[in-house]
Structures are given as C-alpha cells and as structure tokens.
Design a protein around this ligand. Sequence first.
Ligand code: GTP
Ligand code: MG
Length: 229
Amino acid sequence: KEHITMNTKRNTLSVKKIRQMIGGEAGLDWVADQLTAVAQMYQIYESAQHEISTKLENLDAEFEVNYNHNPIHHIDGRMKDPQSLIGKIQKKGLDRSVDSIKNNIFDIAGLRVITNYIDDIYTVEKLLSQQDDIEVIRRKDYIKNPKESGYRSLHLVVKVPVFKANDVEKGPVEIQIRTIGMDMWASLEHELRYKTDVNRAEEFAANLVDNANALFDIEQNFQEIHHQL
Ligand code: GTP
Ligand code: MG
C-alpha cells in the first residue's frame, strides 16, 4: 500500500537566530521579543499538527489490519505562511499581538484528510474526536450544508496537548476532511477562482455548483457499490 504520511519539512526559527538577526540594534528589542513569541507559537502548532497526523495514520493502519479497508487515501499538511497570517490579521482587524493571534486564528496549522468514501469522513471524525486528549473546538459540516459555491468538506478545529521540556501546551489544528471527489472539485474551483477575473467567475458559478452536485452523486454511487461488496 502506498503511504499516506503527511509530507512536510519543519521550518524552525531559533531564538538564537532571531537574536543574531536583530540583536544589538538599539530600540528593536521588542521586535525580537515578538518574533520569538511567534517562533515559539509556530513550533507548538506544528508539533500539534504532527501529533494529529500520527493519530490519523495510526487509525488508518488499524482499519487496514482489522477491517481490510483504508478510510484515508492521503493526508496533506501545511503551515500558514507568515504573509497570509498578516493578511488575515488585517482582514479581521485583529490586534497585532501573539495573544490575539492565539485567541482568534485557528488555521495556522492545517491538515487535509482525503478519504476514499463519504462515510469514511465521519468515521475519521468520530475516531479522532473520541480520543481522550482531543478537544474539538469548532465543527462545520459543509457536506450536510454545502457552501453556495458548491464546496463540500467537513471542517474541524481540534486542540491536542504538546509536551514541552517543562510544560504542556495545547495547539489548535484545522482539519478539512473530504473525499477524493470533493477534493478534486475544491482544487479546480480554487484554481479557477484565483485565475479568473471576478466578473467572469460569476458566469460559471452555477456550472460549478452543478459539477459539485454531479460529483457527489457519483461518489454516492461508489459508496453504494462499496457497501454491497
Ligand atoms: P476563513 O477566515 O477563510 O478561515 O473563514 P472561516 O473560518 O469561515 O472558514 P471556512 O469554514 O469558510 O473555511 C475556510 C477554508 O475552507 C478555506 O481556506 C478553503 O481552504 C476552504 N474553502 C471554503 N470555501 C471554499 C470554496 O468555496 N472553495 C474552495 N475551493 N475552498 C473553500
Ligand atoms: Mg480558515
């Protein structure tokens, strides 16, 4: 079986490097302090992302052993780059402090879980959220209630403890769980939306909704065949 492992390299910025970059500059201590706090936050959040990713891989492996079925097709992970983080802070009119980021932005660490069938989405959700150390802090079911665009996906934000040298800190991770078909639609729609000028995009909106519905029908058919086998 091909591996489903999340494929990301860590991008750590050390406190020492920050001090070397900014150190000594008169009056810039506060910048170094802020950068340090952001680097520490990114490290915890990225570790939380790895914790969740491992949990998901383990669940998939157990299913393979016991039920001869893999709910998960593959997992993608990304950390929000600092530029989009700043964009989001501005868009939401948030205070530019690490505290306000921690209290308001939950998609700095992101995982996308692509499942084989529609039912697998809710299986993955149930098995993950029932674990003792997992706290679900947000849930949006865009499958039962698709977005106007036609977008379907189950969005969760979960918190998981990350063990540090002398402490434990919980980090939030946004998880988008969706089928191969929903993922295909979201990728193409995203590309079309960003490459097309906004006025022309309107022309195709209804068409894209039709395509999303057609893909959903097809995946329900596959689900039915899978049930019968
Ligand atoms: P944000 O501030 O954007 O996070 O808004 P929100 O918290 O209301 O999040 P929402 O539940 O709308 O989900 C945001 C994420 O879902 C986006 O970053 C996309 O990855 C995905 N998403 C939501 N709607 C669409 C859509 O219509 N098309 C595509 N391709 N992706 C979408
Ligand atoms: Mg978001």
